[in-house]
Ligand binder design. Structure first.
Ligand code: SF4
Length: 227
């Protein structure tokens, strides 16, 4: 195995896999506390929090969910909720009108098709109102039901900067990440890459000078075009 680092030209697959594992090990060493930053206590609260986090920060979601979860503790409570009341809880969250509609529909579908419980498989979750493939993946891995590598905006950006994929479609990126990292690392890697994206490898101002994986990153020192 050649020394890890950046090589010019096409990187051999074994080297890319070894580099990917080293990246995750270093991130884990630097941020052993990395975990999902949404607050939840049940599968229902998890799926609601993840659905609300689209186009909104986790911090903002965590500000509104305690009161929301207290008022609507079950799927049946969402199913029979008045839109105006749900909107009252969500008005500081992006896309709150759509999210309100989806939460009420989510409650209805859970009651009608799943006995009021949240299904755990990614396929079943992805069919719920307001729950796409990414959200379904995030929920299923945090419920410990399936392994997956759901790709959000941070994982998409960092995977490309780190040269672990050249794709842009989240499903294609997930397929590449599944190939370069061993399955037992997927869950931790998912959380670590998001944390690194939020704390160091910012979309507009990546702080390469203090990045623990800079010597393994082909985009070290990336200069972003000003708009
Ligand atoms: S070196 Fe820079 S671009 Fe690469 S992962 Fe680190 S912060 Fe991001």
């Amino acid at each position: 195995m050649p020394a890890l680092g950046i090589i010019k030209g096409k990187e051999p697959a074994p080297q890319k896999r070894a580099r990917a594992v080293e990246i995750i090990e270093r991130l884990d060493h630097a941020m052993p506390e990395a975990k999902i930053e949404l607050d939840y206590r049940s599968p229902l609260e998890l799926v609601v929090a993840v659905a609300l986090s689209a186009q909104t920060t986790d911090k903002r979601v965590n500000l509104v969910t305690p009161a929301l979860f207290q008022r609507f503790p079950t799927a049946a409570d969402y199913a029979k909720a008045a839109p105006a009341e749900v909107e009252g809880f969500l008005k500081t969250v992006g896309l709150f009108r759509n999210k309100t509609k989806n939460l009420i529909k989510l409650g209805q579908v859970l009651v009608e098709k799943h006995g009021g419980e949240v299904p755990t498989s990614r396929a079943a979750l992805a069919e719920l109102p307001g729950v796409g493939n990414k959200t379904a993946g995030v929920v299923t891995i945090h419920l410990g039901a399936e392994t997956a590598f759901p790709v959000d905006t941070h994982i998409l950006r960092l995977s490309r900067r780190l040269g672990l994929t050249s794709k842009t479609d989240p499903d294609d990126v997930e397929a590449d990440l599944r190939k370069v990292l061993p399955e037992p690392l997927w869950f931790k890697a998912h959380q670590l890459i998001i944390w690194h994206g939020r704390r160091c490898c910012d979309a507009l101002r990546p702080e390469c000078h203090r990045c623990v994986v800079a010597d393994l990153c082909p985009k070290k020192g990336v200069k972003l075009k000003k708009k």
